[in-house]
Design a protein around this ligand. Structure first.
Ligand code: ZN
Ligand code: ZN
Length: 349
């Protein structure tokens, strides 16, 4: 395969509290697409690589380009490709192997050799999208209407996570839904669940700022989990909600889901919890509650692009700040402060 080398600047996480916007060389093969990045959203894992040099089990062993939520404009395409130079594209950061049992049975999100951009799970790490240019496979590129602002389409990846969680929950038409944790993912789940026909959407969070955003994103009511009266109201008669999405990962929140869920209801776990939880096994059993995990997304990425394109979901209330890539460290510090930030974006042009 013929390859070409270009030099461009990228946001590299070197180690804990060491991130740099610096020049690096990238290789572009003749069967690959070169994308000039325009906008990217900072996600929890990017913050973890910066703050701790690791995200969960994935530890930084060498400098890695961070970022997996990004969009851009095509600058080179393989010969005979359907894609065109100048097209605006959302880039799907997943590269499943497409050969393992999970991939072949339609569960590409569970592929054990998934190469996810901006992840240090494997060594060498898979570089991410916070770079002036990125090299990706044609199938990762989803073209979108160029009149849609890049900072709106940069939500395609987190929205895909939300739409997948809604799919895991099953039919939502006419259902009462609770979303615990009103960060960007929780708020996008509210928007996706509303679009899927839920009749009542309650958001729970400790932060009044997050609850305000939740209302803007589709919540019909909000709850403070420390307000005993509100909690009792939603836990009476063996639980009020048909479906509970847990998007905080906090121990107490995860344990509370069973009491909020009515018999035969469903709990979908989306928040990544670091610690083990005391799970109320007996009430879960006698209420026949289904407990389901939801991880990343599959074809929901394309759905997310279409929903942002047609305005079915407007993520703009979630944008807290935008920084140029030269200020990546300041952007990461701002994104870490949950008292002030929902989604922080990097603006490349
Ligand atoms: Zn993300
Ligand atoms: Zn696979």
């Amino acid at each position: 395969m013929k390859t070409e080398k270009i030099t461009c600047n990228a946001c590299l996480a070197h180690a804990e509290k060491d991130v740099r916007f610096e020049a690096r060389e990238i290789e572009h093969g003749e069967n690959e697409v070169l994308v000039k990045v325009s906008s990217g959203g900072i996600c929890g894992s990017d913050i973890h690589y910066y703050q701790h040099g690791r995200a969960g089990m994935s530890v930084l062993k060498h400098p890695m380009v961070i970022g997996h939520e990004f969009v851009g404009v095509i600058s080179k395409v393989p010969a005979n490709s359907q894609l065109k130079v100048g097209q605006t594209v959302a880039v799907n950061p997943s590269c499943p192997c497409n050969q393992c049992e999970m991939c072949l049975s339609g569960h590409q999100n569970l592929c054990s050799s998934m190469r996810f951009m901006g992840s240090a799970q494997f060594n060498p790490h898979v570089n991410g999208g916070f770079s002036e240019y990125v090299v990706v496979k044609p199938e990762q590129c989803i073209p979108y209407d160029s009149t849609i602002p890049a900072n709106v389409m940069a939500f395609s990846e987190p929205l895909a996570v939300a739409i997948h969680a809604v799919k895991v929950a099953g039919q939502l038409t006419g259902k009462r839904v609770l979303v615990i944790g009103a960060g960007p993912i929780g708020c996008l789940i509210l928007a996706a669940a509303r679009s899927a026909g839920a009749s009542e959407l309650v958001a729970s969070d400790l932060s009044p700022r997050c609850l305000d955003l939740a209302r803007q994103m589709g919540a019909t009511a909000t709850m403070n989990p420390l307000d005993e009266q509100q909690v009792a109201h939603y836990q009476q008669n063996r639980g009020y909600f048909d479906v509970v999405f847990e998007a905080s990962g906090a121990q107490a929140a995860v344990a509370s889901t069973v009491d909020f869920t009515r018999p035969a209801g469903t709990v979908v776990q989306v928040g990544m919890g670091a610690s083990p939880v005391n799970w109320p096994v007996s009430s879960m059993l006698v209420k026949e509650i289904s407990w389901a995990g939801s991880f990343r997304f599959i074809s929901e990425f394309e759905t997310a692009v279409r929903w942002l394109e047609d305005g079915r979901v407007d993520p703009r209330p979630l944008i807290s700040a935008e920084f140029p890539p030269q200020q990546i460290e300041e952007a990461l510090i701002t994104a870490t402060d949950k008292n002030v930030s929902a989604k922080v974006l990097i603006r490349f042009d």
